[in-house]
Design a protein around this ligand. Structure first.
Ligand code: XMP
Length: 512
């Protein structure tokens, strides 16, 4: 086991993911709970995360000093390197203007962290993102790699097996980063690397049993992959103590609601309540055009319906949700810390504090592709598990401006045509997520001899590994022309189609 101490970096979970990829179990604890987590887990090694904070600022977070007395290897990444340096007697300075983006690192000394990977004198690409930097290392440390902007790019204390990197090995822009983290957890810490998704499933099943006891659980199905995997996992843990509630908010894609109902009732024989709440959701969305207000309303209404269903079912103490890690990181950060809210995600931001059920969120640490592998491990049909992600607030956040029943119907038709063309072209599995949006803008067109004045449909398709960053999918123009022609011809109310060419960042995947 590896303990990851979180100082609030946006990419802490990527560290966890890399550790899992190396076949090693890990847990993340916020810095202020790290001491207790260490005692509970007795890990073979510790990784200190990055942070948006500055080590030089008063009151910025620190690792518990007891970690440095525990005798296990420590890897400090960026802020983690800096706080380790500051806490062990070295010096960190701000105001060097920062360093962001690609840098080339040169290995100046051999060390265990590089064993079998980087030789002395070799150069490698790494990803830097920091404002402060180490200016004098702590006693016992030496420099083992440098970059032009960071003379202390990697420091090492071999006797204590402490390492610090100024760059981020956890991100994909550091090509050897995953192997470096694997080296740390296996070669340096001595973890065996036997752990896998089946192990994760079994560990989670045990966790869920311990958490829930003989209590009843209600699981909210959203229609997407995540909540389905969560439900099947929980069912594997506690059987018919689980009841699934599918709140059909009327904001689903074409045919989706029917698919979910049949999968659960017919395939899995999991007890399922199907609540048709479309009228209520649409009424609540009337006149609302602010994206955050939409998200908050839908999240809140979802919980309301749940509470009502929970009361009907009677005695359910737990509410299960398929919240994934990217939903968590962009909504909140550890213990109210400093990462910035981009969007209030459906599963997290809308939760009213008054809700008197405990939350069970077994996928909270996972990225989408990991959830898919877990789904397959649980026997879900690969075609279902391979479906593109669909956000909790559904079509409401793909209709900028006011959401009406008519707009939803129009969008559903355009979206179905687009996805149909993507499937026919054999591109569905290459694309992370593809969908249509319906803009509240009307433009003039000409059809036959007549003037049209109708809405604009935007098409989006991205590739991604984890939803945190994304690239535009480069369709051939003939493909896009085909979609545009079909959509304008077959969907009343749309007379123009545009393709969204924005990557994430700076765009987000969804439009709202
Ligand atoms: P963004 O738009 O933030 O989306 O780049 C990243 C991924 O998350 C999905 N998404 C959501 N999923 N509840 C969810 O369950 C939400 O509120 C939500 N908002 C966005 C989005 O579809 C993409 O896959």
């Amino acid at each position: 086991t590896i303990l990851i101490v979180d100082f609030g970096s946006q990419v802490t979970q990527l560290i966890a993911r890399r550790v899992r990829e190396a076949g090693v179990y890990c847990e993340i604890a916020p810095f202020n709970l790290a001491e207790a987590a260490f005692a509970r887990l007795a890990p073979r090694g510790v990784i200190l995360s990055g942070s948006p904070a500055s080590v030089t600022a008063a009151g910025s977070p620190r690792a518990p000093m007891s970690l440095f007395a525990a005798g296990v290897p420590i890897l400090g990444i960026c802020y983690g390197q800096q706080t380790m340096t500051a806490q062990l007697g070295g010096q960190v300075e701000a105001g060097h203007g920062g360093e962001f983006g690609r840098a080339e690192i040169e290995v100046s000394e051999d060390c265990r962290l590089f064993e079998g990977l980087w030789d002395k004198g070799s150069r490698h690409q790494v990803w830097m993102s920091h404002g402060d930097r180490v200016t004098a290392f702590a006693p016992g440390f030496r420099v083992v790699a440098t970059t032009a902007g960071a003379p202390f790019a990697v420091i090492a204390d071999e006797a204590r097996r402490y390492y610090g990197t100024q760059f981020h090995p956890e991100v994909v822009h550091t090509p050897d980063g995953a192997r470096l983290i694997a080296n740390f957890v296996r070669t340096v810490c001595g973890c065996t690397g036997q752990w896998n998704m089946a192990g994760y499933r079994d560990a989670k099943i045990a966790d869920i049993r311990a958490e829930v006891g003989d209590g009843k659980v209600i699981c909210g199905l959203s229609g997407g992959v995540d909540s389905a995997v969560a439900a099947v996992l929980i069912h594997a843990a506690i059987g018919d103590q689980l009841t699934c509630v599918f709140v059909d908010h009327g904001l689903m894609r074409q045919g989706e609601a029917e698919q979910v109902v049949s999968l659960f009732r017919e395939h899995y024989h999991i007890p399922l309540v199907h609540v048709d709440a479309a009228d209520m959701f649409l009424a609540g969305l009337a006149g609302v055009s602010d994206p955050e207000q939409k998200r908050k309303f839908i999240g809140g209404a979802f919980i309301d319906v749940f509470e009502a269903e929970a009361r009907k079912i009677g005695g359910a103490k737990f509410l299960a949700q398929g919240t994934l890690y990217p939903d968590v990181i962009e909504s909140v950060s550890f213990t109210g810390g400093p990462s910035v809210t981009i969007k209030s995600h459906h599963n997290v931001g809308g939760l009213p504090a008054r809700m008197n059920m405990a939350l069970v969120e077994p996928l909270r640490e996972l990225f989408k592709d990991e959830v898919r592998r877990l789904g397959v491990e649980l026997g879900l049909p690969p075609a279902f598990v391979g479906r593109h992600p669909f956000p909790g607030p559904g079509l409401a956040i793909r209709i900028p401006g006011e959401v009406t029943r008519e707009a939803c119907d129009t969008l559903r038709k355009a979206d179905a045509i687009y996805l149909d063309e993507i499937r026919k072209a054999g591109l569905y599995d290459e694309i992370w997520q593809a969908f249509a949006v319906l803009l509240p803008v009307r433009t003039v067109g000409v059809m036959g001899d007549g003037r049209t004045y109708d809405k604009v449909c935007g098409l989006r398709a991205v590739t991604s590994v984890d939803g945190m960053t994304a690239d535009v999918y480069p369709f051939e123009s003939a493909f896009l022309s085909r979609c545009a022609t079909r959509i304008v011809n077959e969907v009343p109310g749309i007379n123009r189609v545009v393709y969204d060419y924005t990557s994430k960042p700076p765009g987000t995947i969804e439009w709202e």
